[in-house]
Design a protein around this ligand. Structure first.
Ligand SMILES: [Zn+2]
Length: 235
């Protein structure tokens, strides 16, 4: 088992290095001074428990995909010595014990997510979701950002890298989350939300369900995040 782990770690490193080297041509300057730069990633796998989020055309629960990608991202960041804070690591909602009705649970759940981010010193939120639209032809990952310059820059880098590494035909641009996503509007720290793809598109849903594609998504995100954390240390 030990031997297998070493082989896996080496393979992961090789792929990450390949991703990072492609990243070099795309990256721009770090945007915050050292004392402002976030140092602790908070990974938020969207939804969970009885809140499955969107349901794919083939029946995929968004919450399951969010968790699968998030756990891979956690493992990769750990491999590089960064311990992220996880909003959840199992198929559970995060509402408090006193919440009774469905709407109380939803409100409590989102408040707890906001609180966890705001209570984490130096937090950078990375929220993982899947998209859905009423028409099936739309596809492609899209990154949304909280209302600050760091988040916008990070989202643009992430969008460019997702396009370069996974989907050169993806023409989507990073977009502000202001006014649309409660969590992103209520955090007091930088944050991005990655919609990994569209569950309303049958081909993309199938791809998103593939463990290899989930790993590639997580590797791409890890490469961009680690690069920015390294930048923070260098400033
Ligand atoms: Zn969602």
């Amino acid at each position: 088992m030990k031997h297998n782990w070493k082989k896996l770690a080496a393979a992961v490193l090789l792929v990450l290095i390949a991703v990072c080297s492609r990243y070099e041509s795309l990256r721009s300057q770090p945007v915050l001074a050292a004392d402002q730069t976030p140092c602790r990633i908070v990974i938020d796998p969207g939804h969970g428990g009885e809140d499955g989020g969107a349901t794919g055309v083939a029946g995929t629960r968004e919450s399951d995909l969010n968790l699968a990608v998030s756990l891979r991202l956690q493992a990769l960041l750990r491999l590089f010595g960064h311990e992220p804070v996880m909003v959840r690591t199992t198929d559970t909602a995060v509402y408090s014990a006193g919440a009774g009705t469905i709407s109380e649970k939803k409100v409590s759940d989102i408040h707890n997510r906001v609180r966890l981010v705001n209570d984490t010193p130096g937090a950078l939120l990375v929220s993982i979701h899947q998209n859905f639209f009423t028409q099936g032809q739309y596809s492609g990952a899209q990154v949304f950002y909280a209302d600050d310059a760091y988040s916008r820059e990070l989202a643009q880098q992430m969008q460019a890298q997702l396009r370069a590494s996974l989907d050169p035909g993806n023409r989507r641009e990073a977009k502000g989350a202001a006014g649309t996503v409660y969590l992103m509007n209520h955090i007091q720290t930088p944050g991005i939300l990655v919609e990994c793809g569209f569950l309303s598109n049958a081909a993309e849903e199938a791809r998103l369900n593939t463990p290899a594609y989930q790993t590639r998504l997580a590797m791409t995100m890890a490469a961009v995040l680690l690069q920015n954390l390294e930048d923070a240390n260098e400033v």
